[in-house]
Design a binder for this molecule. Structure first.
Ligand SMILES: *[C@@H]1O[C@H](CO)[C@@H](O)[C@H](O)[C@H]1NC(C)=O
Ligand SMILES: *[C@@H]1O[C@H](CO)[C@@H](O)[C@H](O)[C@H]1NC(C)=O
Ligand SMILES: *[C@@H]1O[C@H](CO)[C@@H](O)[C@H](O)[C@H]1NC(C)=O
Ligand SMILES: *[C@@H]1O[C@H](CO)[C@@H](O)[C@H](O)[C@H]1NC(C)=O
Ligand SMILES: *[C@@H]1O[C@H](CO)[C@@H](O)[C@H](O)[C@H]1NC(C)=O
Ligand SMILES: *[C@@H]1O[C@H](CO)[C@@H](O)[C@H](O)[C@H]1NC(C)=O
Ligand SMILES: *[C@@H]1O[C@H](CO)[C@@H](O)[C@H](O)[C@H]1NC(C)=O
Ligand SMILES: *[C@@H]1O[C@H](CO)[C@@H](O)[C@H](O)[C@H]1NC(C)=O
Ligand SMILES: *[C@@H]1O[C@H](CO)[C@@H](O)[C@H](O)[C@H]1NC(C)=O
Ligand SMILES: *[C@@H]1O[C@H](CO)[C@@H](O)[C@H](O)[C@H]1NC(C)=O
Length: 676
């Protein structure tokens, strides 16, 4: 009897264990490379909201926003941006605070989309527990193509199969098997898309434009649905676009009506999304190890007191490095000032297919994410610049100078700068490039960028006072150290200049706000690590800047000063022909992240102040604009919400799309002097 009971007991125990294991939704995806998005969602949604952690995130975001210059502007941006930027963050954070959510994942989506509604790539909330832990893929990136009659339609990108079969060699069969035998992925490239999930493809394009964030202009957010290219640290990369790559498991499958090239019959196909684990995810095999390995704060999530940890040893979190839209350059606290976008999709390392990679001669001078070429006409130099980061600032500046001088000495009299998907980087590198292309003149010396202002809140003011009174920053690492800045006539502040006093009081969208005095430039002469030449390298009328519109931060500073001050022409690749295309967005002036703000607070010994954000309890990052640039056409208002219309919207054909050399050749013919 006893034995039977014991056996029964053990049997029950075993089955209890077995069913717990089967019920652990994260065990289903643990250790897997490819998973179904619904299984990933089952894991993500299995965690209830922890009220303490929710309150912690609200408080970190809320108190960090006191340092973000744009909070009140973004309640309602001026025209033509009003329809796209009208988000009252503090109000929405109160709403989130009071609201209940079925799961922590649903709460995350609300946080993320609330911040993304700013369409400001500097002010983004990313929780690495969920965002891009897996990337959710389809093997058919799309392109918006224009035919010889000017008719635009959505197609499977011409290079789709070349890209997908190389990148997803271990998964492409799964997708092929999901299709009827009459449809071969290999020949589906260029198929016309008549509908996505039963609706006009632009319904899906516009639905995505509402949640993708990052750029104020509608055209840019529409374009992020489609594939594009970038010259990055690993060479030429292919960007899948938001249709074929998602940072969260939003969709399980897509139903498409397609029409084959040169045929009138249509097919309806259904393709599953498949989610691939990111190499940066820490492996796990169940719920406990998933949370422990991926969701808790990591080294660098929070700031340090620089009086205890030297800046050369103060870490930046891998999470910040992963989502900053520049190749990582250093894992320690940066002294060089940067202006760089954050995005929920990390930089791509998917290769641009060999048939699209430029094979024209490479000219010496290339560095991290910069490469120089000469077109076959021998008069058009090309500078492909996928980032203003991704190398040391010294290597970037000397490379830029070397490459442009080389092009010129080889006979180049005109220049195309291709900044497709350039999310920013070093501010002084952007100003250096402006200065060396057009030479010394009143728009480049001493200020080759934009004057700026910082927010002047009570805690910021205390930080400055603490630094001054206690000499807390002998190495000049801190943002609030007066020695790092100059006033509007470019005179450096002295160690005891309280540069936040008196504040400039403004009322913005009905809210009282306060800013620092206008700041001048800080790059020249010492921030230029190569000596700029005495003369212009190229005449401004012979320079064209081209991108897919996804040019942000330091890339915006460069493009805007070149376009508005020097009259340089700008080209945007692709885009709907009835939507104004902008050559850049997310301007800012200088960006930073929560952990750096926390370092300021801790080093200034203000962590116990009630206005100080607490340490963050999750593996996340909140970005902000720390200095906001003043405009060129209207110097009294921020440049952020002034228009940046492209001179030319280059509509893409099957021959042009994602083919850099074909694009550069076409632009030469349309906008520069064409030989041959
Ligand atoms: C955010 O901070 C403000 C003070 O700046 C405070 O009044 C408000 O209650 C905070 N909101 C939340 C949701 O914590
Ligand atoms: C993904 O799903 C959302 C609804 O959850 C829908 O609005 C969107 O169009 C879908 N996207 C695609 C590409 O199917
Ligand atoms: C479609 O037709 C054009 C012109 O008739 C032809 O050049 C092209 O090769 C055809 N494409 C395919 C995939 O059949
Ligand atoms: C889970 O993974 C850890 C290593 O990360 C390993 O030690 C452990 O045995 C694994 N557990 C199971 C049940 O596979
Ligand atoms: C920290 O501050 C104290 C007092 O101001 C100073 O003596 C010490 O050298 C500082 N330590 C570091 C690492 O800077
Ligand atoms: C360009 O230069 C190359 C190498 O010097 C030469 O072979 C080629 O003929 C030149 N092309 C033109 C159009 O001048
Ligand atoms: C800069 O120089 C140009 C002529 O080269 C002149 O028209 C312009 O007024 C100057 N701007 C300033 C601010 O001095
Ligand atoms: C900048 O500082 C210098 C020296 O104190 C002063 O003469 C000048 O007026 C200041 N400029 C502005 C715009 O405040
Ligand atoms: C700015 O506003 C503060 C209160 O918000 C006030 O004390 C101060 O006098 C104002 N400064 C100026 C220059 O108007
Ligand atoms: C913060 O802590 C310091 C001691 O580290 C103390 O002197 C100060 O009064 C505290 N400030 C607040 C606002 O609690």
């Amino acid at each position: 009897m006893a034995t039977t009971i014991t056996v029964l007991f053990f049997a029950l125990l075993l089955s209890a264990f077995a069913s717990t294991e089967a019920l652990d939704p994260c065990a289903t995806i643990g250790g897997q490379k490819w998973v179904f998005p619904k299984d990933l969602r089952a894991c993500f949604t299995s965690f209830a909201v922890n009220p303490v952690i929710k309150q912690n995130i609200v408080e970190v975001i809320n108190k960090t926003l006191a340092f973000h210059t744009s909070v009140n502007y973004e309640i309602s941006a001026p025209e033509p941006f009003t329809p796209f930027v009208h988000e009252d963050l503090l109000k929405d954070l109160s709403r989130i605070s009071a609201q209940s959510y079925p799961s922590d994942y649903d709460l995350h989506i609300d946080f993320s989309r609330t911040l993304k509604r700013l369409n400001d790539g500097h002010c983004v909330w990313i929780n690495s527990c969920y965002v891009s832990l897996f990337l959710n893929f389809l093997p058919i990136p799309l392109a918006l193509l224009t035919d010889s009659n000017g008719i635009q339609s959505v197609h499977i990108a011409p290079a789709a199969f070349a890209v997908a079969s190389a990148e997803f060699s271990d998964e492409i069969d799964v997708w092929q098997e999901a299709l009827p035998p009459t449809i071969q992925l290999e020949t589906a490239s260029r198929y016309l898309l008549l509908s996505i999930d039963g609706q006009d493809p632009f319904v899906a394009v516009d639905a995505n434009a509402l949640i993708t964030g990052s750029f104020q202009p509608l055209g840019t957010r529409q374009n992020s649905f489609f594939s594009s290219y970038q010259f990055g640290a690993s060479g030429w990369t292919y960007i899948m676009g938001d249709f074929a790559q998602q940072s969260l498991p939003l969709n399980d499958s897509v139903t498409l009506v397609v029409q084959r090239v040169n045929e009138s019959t249509t097919d309806t196909i259904e393709l599953p999304y498949r989610a691939r684990i990111n190499p940066t995810a820490v492996s796990f095999n169940d719920s406990a190890s998933y949370r422990a390995n991926n969701c808790l704060p990591i080294v660098g999530t929070n700031g340090v007191d620089l009086n205890e940890t030297a800046s050369s040893a103060a870490p930046i979190s891998e999470t910040v490095l992963k989502f900053q839209q520049q190749p990582p350059i250093s894992k320690t606290f940066p002294k060089e000032r940067i202006n760089v976008m954050l995005d929920t999709i990390p930089l791509s390392d998917i290769a641009l297919p060999p048939s699209l990679v430029p094979t024209i001669p490479v000219i010496g001078g290339g560095f991290g994410s910069g490469q120089f070429y000469m077109l076959p006409d021998n008069i058009t130099g090309i500078f492909a610049l996928g980032s203003f980061g991704g190398d040391t600032i010294d290597a970037m500046m000397s490379g830029m100078l070397q490459g442009l001088v080389n092009l010129k000495s080889l006979g180049a009299s005109q220049l195309i700068v291709d900044v497709s998907n350039n999310g920013g980087g070093f501010i002084c590198a952007a100003e250096f490039l402006h200065r060396i292309i057009v030479g010394p003149k009143n728009t480049t010396v001493p200020q080759a960028g934009l004057d700026t202002k910082a927010r002047d809140g009570p805690l910021a003011r205390l930080i400055v006072q603490q630094i001054i009174e206690n000499n807390l920053d002998p190495d000049q690492d801190l943002l609030y150290n007066p020695l790092n800045w100059r006033n509007a006539t470019n005179v450096p502040f002295t160690a005891d200049d309280d540069w936040l006093l008196p504040p400039v009081n403004l009322t913005i969208n009905g809210h009282a706000d306060a800013f620092s005095q206008r700041l001048g430039q800080e790059c020249q002469p010492n921030g230029f690590t190569s000596t700029p030449p005495d003369n212009a390298l190229f005449a401004a009328e012979n320079v064209v800047i081209v991108s897919n519109g996804r040019c942000a931060s330091s890339c915006s500073l460069f493009s805007i000063t070149m376009a508005k001050e020097e009259g340089v022409k700008t080209v945007v690749l692709g885009g709907k022909n009835d939507v104004q295309q902008a050559y850049c967005g997310t301007v800012g002036g200088e960006s930073t992240v929560f952990s750096e703000v926390d370092t300021e607070v801790k080093t200034a010994r203000l962590k116990n102040n009630t206005l100080a954000p607490p340490d963050l309890m999750v593996n996340g990052v909140q970005g902000i604009t720390w200095r906001l640039g003043f405009g060129i056409d209207d110097p009294t208002q921020p440049e952020e919400w002034q228009p940046h219309p492209a001179s030319l919207n280059l509509l893409l054909t099957p021959d042009l799309v994602n083919n850099p050399v074909a694009i550069w050749t076409n632009i030469t013919q349309q906008l520069l002097s064409a030989k041959n």
